[in-house]
Design a binder for this molecule. Structure first.
Ligand code: ZN
Length: 163
């Protein structure tokens, strides 16, 4: 999907792709595929791929004493992204079945190719691909994925693979 969206990436970058199911074991419905392009102490750039109707669960980026929470800018390359921010009361058909309690942001913003939006630190958000899937960039200040807070208490950021 990344290459058919016209992006040039190396095989090595693709091999490093983080396939995150957030410990929920339902990757095609709740998950994300993330290629990190670079991470410096101040900036990070990633490509995120979502399969058709795949949702990245609601989360937000907290601040700590040392660092302010991540400011995150999304830019859509190919496909359609349904982004949800706090407020609103859109009847959201993209919420995974039975997960309504953990997807509380209902202010729906639909983003297409070349559209860009910035999410401020601490603001809850989640997103879901349209029926064709989506490829987009996230450009952000310091990425510290392990401190992200998710609404769904079942989520663990690193999947544990058991025998
Ligand atoms: Zn985020």
């Amino acid at each position: 999907m990344i290459r058919s969206a016209g992006l040039v990436v190396s095989d090595e970058e693709l091999e490093r792709m983080d396939v995150a199911d957030f410990g929920l074991g339902n990757l095609y419905r709740e998950g994300a595929q993330i290629v990190s392009l670079f991470d410096t102490p101040k900036l990070a750039a990633r490509i995120i791929v979502l399969f058709p109707n795949q949702a990245e669960p609601e989360h937000w980026h907290i601040s700590s004493r040392e660092t302010e929470g991540k400011e995150e800018t999304l830019r859509i390359i190919q496909g359609k992204l349904y982004l949800y921010l706090p407020g609103g009361n859109t009847a959201v058909s993209t919420i995974p079945a039975g997960k309504e309690s953990w997807y509380t942001s209902r202010n729906e913003i639909i983003l297409n190719s070349c559209e860009t939006i910035t999410i401020q630190p601490g603001v809850k958000h989640w997103f879901c691909a349209g029926s064709e899937g989506v490829v987009f960039y996230t450009m952000s200040t310091t990425a510290s994925d392990t401190t992200d807070i998710f609404s769904d208490p079942e989520i663990v950021r690193k999947t544990i693979i058991s025998d």
